[in-house]
Design a binder for this molecule. Structure first.
Ligand code: ADP
Ligand code: MG
Length: 678
């Protein structure tokens, strides 16, 4: 019997446990830090550490770790035990406030993109009390208290994904509160927050088949593979009945996630055979990001236990759907309400439309930057591949909302209530569909009733990067609008009129970003080009946006990333991208040389005696020659672009060989088997 309410957060040092284990004064102080962003009172750290240690020991944890998110996009941990010698031949347990607040892992091997010179190579971790500590259990009694932390250099330079995320949340909170004040919302100390629900797609394949594919093992994707005759054409997998072995995995995955406080909610089969999705309930942004990182990790380790390999790569198999991570994002105001939910009165709706228009401005102004946050070698195969949004960023609003936006644009300058125009703050908006009714799967950035869904994020990526940019560009828009309105009101202009004019002006300037049609078509790409929307087709191009003055100005203005921090990220991501492509190229060449070519030779030899199959042997010989030439060309390729091109070329002949070399000789399991055996 599983009772989710009992399991939930069993392994989390959450508010309830804190209330139980901390003195009143300490609990209140910590609660203030967590809920209203007040800086931590270092005086309480010892007591919190002692309570955490006591709780962790009672749950069987022997070690603790500062758990952080370096620029590799994964999570990192270095364990320390709680033990300390008592110098009488025994030990006692210890965990001080200092150890809780700051760690100093010898982390010189993490990428810093040149930000740290070796003599100050140390990185420091600092406790993020807004994301609760949790215990991670391994096999054979391994149990470690994981304390979510940021990771910085000696001078506080961000070396991780979380630091800029927290900075961007702070700015978004400030700008949201400021905008709220213009609408008469004043909630004292309360902060505003971004919320995130990240739907996670993944593949599960049999571990033995995985073990027989060096390409999957080395690079996370198949570098070769003839398309299976039956794959996803019949759409018979999507939302289909879940096979028992997969269902068992999913059930245990949910339980393990619940124990860690991750609100796993939805599970289902995805479009491609062997592809699945997990969606959690949304949470405060940084907690949700941490939980997504945990989810990916638990998926991978648990899959092994169930005899599967979990593939988080964006495109493990060519010719069928890849995996994404739909990033559902919204803003909770200081009043605790979702500000992307249409309201019940003119005043609330004026605020709602202001936020929609602010997003239009933000996304149009920084479409290229937003695109760059989802740039990765894996995602390059997915974006624009007719199953995922194109690399062109546009916004989908749906008919009704688009109509309202158009009315605001048209009525901006006039005060008269003729022509049925809506006047912000005076008239009620027509009822907008609540919830998830508007469906346009082909849009990268869609309004879905009470949130925006950014669908271009890759399944294997940390959600942090995309949300840093989202928070920052929306903050900039809010800042712009508030500045205008504050000035207009100070100059004696009526608020609603000033608002209407401001929004109309923004819509005029930025409406080119709105597109409700089919984003998968060629026609849209042509239209987008006409509108001047950027189409950054690959990672190499997209990363260059990080080096522009516009990006530097944005990040420095809001103290999200200094120029040095930004440059270090650019260097790190570029290097990671180039290294990955080089690993793919090397693996492809190895597989061709040591597996494909010998297997083909065997096949040719076996067939040679029989004249009836001469046409087949001739074809094999020709393809073999092409393969050999292809390997040579690949080994000579000296840039990511050239390597990618050479890999494609080599793949053509190898996949053609797979279609004629006898199955019992072919050295790797094929797509048909991998995608259908679970
Ligand atoms: P669909 O696949 O139809 O988009 P799902 O239920 O799979 O819907 O996922 C929707 C995601 O959006 C869930 O993670 C959900 O919690 C999240 N979500 C809903 N409301 C909000 C909100 N206000 N802020 C952020 N995320 C939200
Ligand atoms: Mg969705």
């Amino acid at each position: 019997m599983v009772n989710p309410t009992e399991l939930f957060a069993e392994n989390v040092f959450n508010m309830n446990i804190m209330r139980e284990r901390l003195s009143d004064a300490t609990f209140k102080s910590l609660e203030k830090t967590i809920n209203s962003g007040k800086s931590l009172d270092a005086g309480i750290a010892d007591e919190v550490a002692e309570a955490m240690k006591g709780w962790a020991l009672s749950k069987g944890a022997t070690h603790y770790t500062h758990w952080f998110q370096p620029l590799t996009g994964a999570t990192a941990e270095k364990h320390d035990s709680f033990i300390f010698p008592d110098f009488k031949g025994g030990i006692e347990t210890q965990f001080s406030g200092d150890e809780l607040i700051q760690g100093e892992p010898d982390a010189s091997s993490f990428p810093s993109g040149g930000l740290r010179v070796t003599f100050e190579a140390r990185g420091y971790t600092g406790w993020d009390p807004t994301s609760p500590a949790f215990i991670k259990y391994g096999d054979a009694g391994a149990a470690t208290l994981c304390i979510p932390t940021v990771f910085c250099g000696y001078h506080g330079e961000a070396l991780d994904k979380k630091t800029p995320l927290l900075r961007s949340m702070k700015v978004l909170s400030e700008q949201t509160i400021r905008l709220g004040q213009l609408f008469g919302i004043d909630c004292g100390d309360a902060m505003a927050n971004a919320t995130l629900g990240s739907e996670q797609e993944y593949f599960l394949i049999d571990e033995e088949l995985y073990a027989a594919r060096p390409d999957l093992q080395q690079t996370g994707r198949t570098l070769f593979g003839k398309r299976a005759t039956k794959h996803q054409q019949l759409d018979d997998h999507y939302f289909g009945a879940i096979k028992p072995r997969v269902a068992a995995f999913m059930a245990e995955l949910d339980r393990e996630l619940w124990k860690l406080g991750v609100p796993a909610k939805t599970r289902h089969n995805e479009v491609c055979p062997a592809q699945f999705e997990l969606a959690p309930v949304f949470e405060t942004l940084n907690v949700s990001v941490d939980h997504n990182m945990i989810t990916m990790e638990v998926m991978k380790t648990l899959a092994e236990k169930h005899g599967f390999a979990c593939l988080l790569h964006e495109k493990p198999f060519a010719g069928v759907n890849g995996s994404g991570k739909h990033n559902n994002w919204s803003i909770v105001g200081p009043d605790g309400k979702n500000w992307l939910k249409p309201g019940d009165n003119p005043h609330e709706n004026a605020k709602f439309m202001t936020i929609i228009v602010a997003l239009i401005k933000a996304v149009d102004t920084h479409a290229a930057l937003l695109r760059s946050t989802v740039a990765s070698a894996g995602n390059d195969h997915r974006l624009g591949a007719n199953e995922a949004p194109p690399a062109v960023v546009s916004i989908f609003l749906g008919d009704q909302l688009t109509d309202i936006v158009e009315q605001i644009e048209a009525g901006g300058a006039s005060r008269s209530k003729d022509g049925g125009l809506i006047h912000l703050g005076v008239d009620l908006l027509p009822k907008l569909p609540r919830g998830n009714t508007d469906r346009n799967r082909t849009s990268p950035f869609a309004f879905t009733g009470n949130r925006f869904e950014f669908r271009a994020v890759g399944s294997n990526q940390s959600p942090a990067g995309a949300n840093v940019v989202l928070n920052t560009i929306v903050s900039e828009s809010f800042d712009y609008i508030s500045t205008k309105l504050e000035k207009a009101v100070a100059d004696g202009k009526e608020f609603n009129l000033a608002l209407q004019e401001t929004l109309a002006e923004i819509i005029k300037e930025h409406k080119r970003i709105l597109f409700d049609g089919d984003g998968y078509t060629e026609a849209w790409l042509e239209e987008a080009a006409k509108r001047g929307l950027p189409n950054l087709v690959d990672t190499g191009t997209a990363l260059e946006i990080l080096t522009t003055q516009k990006t530097k100005d944005l990040f420095t203005k809001y103290n999200i990333l200094s120029n040095e921090e930004l440059e270090s990220r650019y260097n790190t991501y570029k290097e990671a991208y180039e290294t990955l492509i080089t690993i793919e190229a090397g693996t492809a060449a190895d597989i061709a040389k040591t597996m494909i070519i010998p297997a083909t030779v065997t096949a040719i030899r076996e067939y040679t005696e029989v004249s009836a199959v001469k046409s087949i042997t001739d074809k094999m010989s020709a393809l073999l020659e092409k393969t050999v030439t292809g390997v040579t060309a690949l080994e000579k390729a000296d840039s990511p672009k050239a390597q990618i091109r050479a890999m494609k070329e080599l793949r053509t002949s190898v996949d053609a060989l797979e279609a004629i070399v006898p199955a019992n000789i072919w050295p790797m399991p094929g797509y048909a088997e991998i995608l259908h055996v679970q």
